[in-house]
Design a protein around this ligand. Structure first.
Ligand SMILES: [Zn+2]
Length: 283
């Protein structure tokens, strides 16, 4: 699965992450073209490769910095925290894993939601982050997003959600995790009914329950270039149906061609493109 890339790339932007290979900020190998890139050069380009335009993983707080007007973000529901309803334990107890993940990533769960301005237009804004337990959609992710959508409905705000997450259900929370897909989707149906504008932004990778619920329900779906987007990963599908998959299967470009997404937007253009779309839709 493409989430393997995340471990090797996010040391550049997540200072709490243990470092591997080259020292942080000096040189990075681009997963797109294998070129060795000076970290600072990529950083100045919003963490994209100067050679092939590969879009690196960036953290949720970094996405907020890139898309919202400086200092305008107000977080909602930051105090919602997962409990451990099943007393689940894999390599370590889930309750301990949550504490460790919070410390390692600086996040309180895999989604951040709130309100802010995009070129002076107020929006409801959510972003998920694959660094926190693979960006899985536990009850806190689902509840934060649902409340975000409900407030966007009440306050008649355009809704922007950037899916920066690998995103399956979080097995540690069992059925409580699984029902989040339906819950967020139902809130989005109400939002849609009320005439709201939902722009869903898909990034590398958007898979599993995230792709199968809110991320695919945008009135407009934007995607970053060459992102892996799908439900099950290509290797799983290939192993199941035993046929050769088409070239570029599950990439943004393939999905654009087949009508699953509306537009590929480079990271540099995302803020302007969202602002333009909000104006165009008269929201
Ligand atoms: Zn590259």
């Amino acid at each position: 699965m493409a989430t393997g890339n995340i471990d090797s790339t996010n040391s550049m932007t997540t200072p709490l992450r243990p470092k591997r290979g080259v020292p942080e900020g000096l040189w990075q190998q681009c997963p797109g073209c294998q070129a060795t890139i000076f970290g600072k050069t990529a950083e100045l380009r919003l963490n994209t490769c100067p050679e092939c335009d590969y879009h690196w993983y960036i953290t949720a707080p970094e996405r907020i910095r890139q898309v919202l007007d400086e200092g305008t973000f107000e977080e909602w529901d930051a105090n919602l925290l997962s409990t451990d309803p099943l007393g689940f334990s894999d390599k370590k107890p889930y309750s301990e894993r949550l504490v460790a993940e919070r410390k390692r990533t600086g996040l309180r769960d895999a989604a951040i939601t709130g309100t802010g301005m995009i070129r002076a237009r107020r929006v409801a804004f959510g972003v998920t982050d694959s660094a926190f337990i693979m960006g899985s959609m536990g009850s806190v992710v689902g509840e934060r997003l649902t409340r975000l959508v409900e407030r966007a409905t009440e306050q008649k705000l355009p809704l922007i959600i950037i899916s920066g997450s690998g995103g399956g259900a979080r097995m540690h929370e069992g059925i409580l995790s699984l029902m989040q897909m339906a819950k967020v989707s139902a809130a989005l149906a109400n939002y849609h009914e009320s005439g709201g504008l939902f722009i869903s932004v898909l990034t590398n990778p958007t898979m599993g329950g995230v792709a199968a619920s809110f991320a695919s329900l945008g009135d407009l779906c934007f995607a970053e270039p060459k992102a892996l987007i799908g439900f099950a990963g290509p290797r799983t599908i290939k192993a199941t149906i035993r046929i050769e998959l088409p070239k570029g299967f599950q990439t943004s470009e393939f999905l654009l061609e087949h009508g699953f997404i509306d537009r590929i937007v480079r990271r540099h253009d995302l803020k302007s493109e969202i602002a333009r779309t909000i104006d165009y839709c008269g929201k």
